[in-house]
Write a protein that binds this ligand. Structure first.
Ligand code: Y39
Ligand code: FE
Ligand code: FE
Length: 231
């Protein structure tokens, strides 16, 4: 007999209300995994010494995408991919611009820190309130997202002194975008029993820990995190 949390008892995965919210959140995750796949291919070109490792990560991202497409089909939901493309356009644009000028530090901050922490927070909060099919898929995916975050942490830690100023600027330019993204999906996330407060808390814990592992002091982390608030 399956154990149900208080929250998941109230969820009707087949209701039109749930499926409507799912059409956007599922699309965001599918589009996010697709862009992550492309971003790691770009990073593989920018970092020839880590080429094979990054191609391996890019392949994981396309498997994640397939998994989440199956979650949508399982609930008979058509993902709103147009909405999702627009949702990611700010971070997408900033990643493309940075890649075009060889700014690998900015690319790593956007994909391997910000987007991975966003994914880890969202997946951790989703798992306890997901349908059985999606929960199993998401549990497998989130484990791999930690390894993607770890790649960024290790590389940036090794290059911390030279990377510090670029990281600060990239944080300032991209963290407010994440806050706006969260505000945009607050209502749909709520419909799926994922509370914004919990998403923000989990994101800040992951992101703060990552900055600490890279070499930032607590004081730096407070300052860097504060830029999220000006969204
Ligand atoms: O590295 C990855 O696999 C990340 C691209 C995937 C994106 C996940 C984005 C999740 C945001 C969901 C927002 C729900 C409230
Ligand atoms: Fe992924
Ligand atoms: Fe990832």
């Amino acid at each position: 007999m399956q154990q149900l949390t208080d929250q998941s008892k109230e969820l009707d995965f087949k209701s039109e209300t749930y499926k409507d919210a799912y059409s956007r959140i599922n699309a965001i995750v599918i589009e996010g995994e697709q862009e992550a796949h492309e971003n790691y291919i770009t990073l593989a070109q920018l970092l020839p010494e880590s080429h094979d490792e990054l191609i391996r990560l890019s392949k994981m991202e396309s498997r994640h995408k397939k998994g989440f497409e199956a979650c949508g089909r399982n609930l008979q939901v058509t993902p709103d991919l147009q909405f999702a493309k627009e949702f990611f356009s700010g971070l997408h644009q900033n990643f493309q611009t940075a890649a075009a000028s060889g700014k690998v530090v900015t690319c790593l901050l956007i994909q391997s820190l910000i987007i991975e922490c966003f994914a880890i927070a969202a997946y951790n909060i989703y798992i306890p309130v997901a349908d059985d099919f999606a929960r199993k898929i998401t549990e497998g995916v989130v484990k791999e997202e930690y390894s993607h975050l770890n790649f960024g942490e290790v590389w940036l830690k090794e290059h911390f002194t030279e990377a510090k100023a670029e990281l600060e600027l990239a944080n300032r330019q991209n963290l407010p975008i994440v806050w706006r993204m969260l505000n945009q999906v607050e209502g749909d996330a709520h419909t799926m029993a994922m509370e914004k407060d919990a998403l923000v808390e989990d994101f800040m814990i992951q992101y703060g820990e990552a900055l600490s592992n890279i070499g930032f002091t607590t004081r730096d982390i407070m300052r860097l995190s504060a830029y999220g608030l000006i969204a």
